[in-house]
Design a protein around this ligand. Structure first.
Ligand code: NAD
Length: 443
């Protein structure tokens, strides 16, 4: 089948590459000329495990093309996927300017039937706006042309995006007629062989499903962080509590890890946008507001622990920091907790020596060249001359480090662990001052 994908970011690239991998002819279009030039030279602009080899293979097979040529892109695909960003506007609502710009681009060029498939995360009612934007342009062109708009939200996780796309838990299709649903079913058939994963529904419900999923996951995290903070006050260990509650199948072990807050390009903006949507229809979403507030506070917990340990005197101190990405296996630093912690450390007069397996280039893009930030090329290199170690992202490489080296290099043997990677009793036995999240009175 012929597919066009607007937006070559995390979602667009994975969608385009995976659809090409199963034999479709895919054109990915982006307005970022630099990005498209790099892709055409075989360079993948994001870090996503497994993506580069799929792109390379399918470009070589001439099933995957990258272009800035919108005329060609609209001519090409029966399916016109929209996978552009929907960043938060100043009032927290999702900014739809990129989605609607794509809709207009399609309307301006469409000559025959097209299915416009919205993969971006968008508020309920956006499909109507997309339809209206296309119709307005078609009317201006005096070009009657049939098209359908489908909501097909994406649930992939950065870091495991290929696996998620190839073997999805569910494929949500929101459509208002059976014909489009069946065409989408045919497109997704290669990913749907084991059992039927297509969940068909009306468009507004599909749009809300994506926000509901992310808000639920964010709620689980904020709930555990709230409990972790309480555990510290009560002298209980949240990790034991976690296992105790996770064993109840109604709760389950997934996604109940306490930590230093959620980040990324989705949870923060989607919780905000859903809350804003609620406000727009006169409903006060109290729980969503609390989820966000708890998370904002949690992102500063590690800094507060560091500040308390050094008795509020961080001026001239140097902190080693492991993990810059908002989670492991990605280079994405959007809304990452590391950013909040680093900014707070700088504000207090401290220097940071940081290491991340893949996000250093993103950190230098974000922070530029500064004397109070050194980006190291190994975890050990961050420790030289540092007064303490802060762990922000739970990359595998941090799970079992050489504690003798850490102790020997740090001027004071103290670890602030934002992901509870280590056992407090073992850390104590090794001679560390150790602070996790919610690990009893001493944390
Ligand atoms: P991204 O910022 O990585 O990529 C968006 C791309 O769209 C950019 O390359 C940008 O240049 C391009 N673009 C903007 N306007 C365009 C236009 N008019 N024509 C063509 N390209 C254009 O974004 P992302 O992380 O891939 O997210 C895309 C959408 O998917 C968002 O709504 C997001 O909420 C949603 N989503 C993201 C994830 C994730 O893990 N990143 C998961 C599920 C859903």
């Amino acid at each position: 089948m012929k597919v066009t994908v607007f937006g070559s970011g995390y979602v667009g690239l994975v969608t385009g590459a995976c659809l090409a991998e199963v034999g479709n002819e895919v054109v990915c279009v982006d307005i970022d000329e630099g990005k498209i030039a790099r892709l055409n030279q075989g360079e993948v602009p994001i870090y996503e495990p497994g993506l580069d080899s799929i792109i390379e293979r399918n470009m070589a097979a001439k099933r995957l093309h990258f272009t800035t040529d919108v005329d060609f892109a609209v001519r090409h695909g029966l399916f016109q996927f929209i996978a552009v960003g929907t960043p938060p506007d100043e009032d927290g609502s999702a900014d739809l300017q990129y989605v609607l710009a794509v809709a207009r681009s399609i309307g301006e060029r469409m000559e025959e039937y097209r299915i416009v498939v919205n993969k971006s995360t968008v508020p309920v009612g956006t499909a109507d706006k997309v339809r209206q934007a296309i119709n307005t342009v078609l009317n201006d062109r005096q070009k009657p042309c049939e098209f359908d708009v489908v909501s097909n939200p994406e649930f992939l996780k950065e870091g495991a995006a290929i696996e998620d796309f190839m073997k999805p838990d569910r494929i949500v299709v929101g459509a208002d007629n059976p014909r489009t649903t069946e065409l989408l079913r045919a497109l997704y058939a290669p990913f749907n062989r084991n059992h039927d994963r297509l969940v068909c529904m009306d468009i507004r419900s599909a749009e809300l499903t994506k926000y509901a999923a992310n808000a639920m996951l964010a709620t689980k995290i904020s709930f555990m962080n709230e409990l972790a903070n309480l555990a510290e006050c009560l002298g209980a260990d949240i990790e034991q509590v976690r296992v105790g509650i996770g064993s109840d199948p109604r709760i389950g072990y997934h996604f109940i890890y306490p930590g230093c807050g959620y980040g990324g390009s989705c949870f923060p903006k989607d919780v905000k946008a859903l809350e804003r949507t609620a406000r727009d229809v006169g409903y006060q979403a109290q729980l969503l507001q609390a989820v966000e507030d708890v998370n904002d506070r949690q992102k500063l917990r590690l800094f507060e622990k560091v500040n308390d340990y050094f008795k509020g005197d961080l001026k001239g101190k140097t902190l080693a920091l492991w993990g810059l990405a908002f989670k492991p296996n990605t280079d994405d630093m959007r809304e990452a907790s590391s950013r909040v912690i680093i900014e707070a450390l700088w504000e207090a007069g401290a220097k940071v020596q940081a290491f991340d397996p893949v996000a250093a280039h993103e950190a230098s893009r974000l922070f530029g060249n500064r004397s109070d930030l050194a980006l190291s090329d190994s975890p050990e290199a961050t420790l030289k001359g540092a007064d303490g170690l802060i762990i922000v992202t739970e990359w595998n490489v941090f799970r079992s480090p050489d504690f003798d080296v850490i102790k020997a290099e740090l001027s004071s043997p103290v670890i602030f662990d934002g992901r509870n990677l280590y056992d407090p009793a073992r850390m104590k036995a090794l001679g560390f001052d150790y602070f996790g999240i919610g690990r009893g009175a001493s944390s």
